[in-house]
Write a protein of this length. Sequence first.
Length: 79
Amino acid sequence: MKSYMLDLNSIDRVKGFVKAIEVFDGYFDLATGRYVIDAKSIMGIFSMDLSKPVEFRVLETHEKLSEIEDAIAPYIAKI
């Protein structure tokens, strides 16, 4: 498993993130605290507290990790 902290604090950022990640085959989660949702679920994402960075988890995929990292790069939180 590989994880990244993402900043999804606006509607446009959430839409862009889902569009970027939905092209990849695999299992991806977003987590905040004990709350975990499917990273491809726009409705699930909007049910989260997006005022703080959320953890994006790459659980299982046959895709190249570098391609996924390139796709999510604009959403990685600057901590």
